[in-house]
Structure formats: structure tokens, C-alpha cells
Write a protein of this length. Structure first.
Length: 143
């Protein structure tokens, strides 16, 4: 970043560089890289040498943007949570009718005490049954 400005713009270049380096040292590499990059940071926004306060403000803005992006990414991944009450909502392992585990999976699905949320038939008409991951683990342990 310093090379993007004239050296004589700072009253005391050595003190200025030390102060800016001290501020930049408080932030992650990703923040510093963004703020000091001539394509994305202060050199592309300011015509004059930025003050130490402007450097800190830019770093704070970028750090907040990165936090917001991380939160947004998390929210997008976890935005849809299926209702935990409809039949088959926990069934996430498909056991095909040709699989050796199918008889046990079918027996589980037809069991008198089986929770309806733990199994379902395939919506696309494939021969087999969907069961919950917990039931799948139990079937594999007892096989």
C-alpha cells in the first residue's frame, strides 16, 4: 500500500509506516490483504495518503463484511429445517430392495413400535425403503 503513494505526503514517513503497521497487525491476513490491495482497498479509494484512523476504519469495515458473509453463508446452509413432526422426516438412508440389509430395514419399518418419522417409502417409486440414520446404525450393529 505504501508504494502507491508519494513518500513526501507523510510528515514523518517512518513513524507513519510504524503506526499503520501497528494497526494492520491487529487484523487477520485476509482483512489486511483486502484493505492494502490496490485493486480493492484504500489505494483504489483514496487519492491521498490515508490517515491511521482511515486505515483502522477500512479494516473494521472489511472485518465486519467478512463476518456478515460468514453469517450469511451459514444462514443459507441452515435456512431450511424440515418440520420434525411429519412422517418420514428423519428417514435419510435409502435401503434398496436388493440390498442384504433390506429385510431388516423392512421389518424395522413395519415394526409395531417404530416411530413414523423414522421411515418412509421412496417418492420416486424405487423398490426399497428410507430409514433414519439411527435405525441404519442399529441395523448394522445387529447384523
Amino acid at each position: 500500500m505504501f508504494a502507491c503513494y508519494r513518500r513526501d505526503e507523510a510528515h514523518d514517513p517512518d513513524t507513519y509506516c510504524a503506526a499503520v503497521a501497528s494497526v494492520l497487525g491487529e487484523y487477520s491476513k485476509a482483512v489486511v490483504d483486502h484493505v492494502t490491495d490496490p485493486r480493492t482497498g484504500l489505494p483504489s479509494d483514496l487519492k491521498w495518503l490515508p490517515s491511521v484512523a482511515e486505515v483502522r476504519e477500512a479494516c473494521n469495515r472489511r472485518a465486519q463484511q467478512m463476518r456478515n458473509m460468514a453469517i450469511s453463508k451459514f444462514e443459507r446452509r441452515s435456512a431450511y429445517v424440515p418440520p420434525a413432526s411429519h412422517p418420514g422426516c428423519r428417514a435419510n438412508v435409502f435401503v434398496h430392495a436388493d440390498a442384504p440389509q433390506y429385510p431388516a430395514a423392512y421389518e424395522f419399518a413395519c415394526g409395531e413400535h417404530t416411530d413414523p418419522r423414522d421411515w418412509r417409502v421412496d417418492e420416486n417409486g424405487r423398490a426399497g425403503v428410507w430409514i433414519s440414520l439411527t435405525a441404519w446404525g442399529d441395523l448394522r450393529r445387529h447384523a
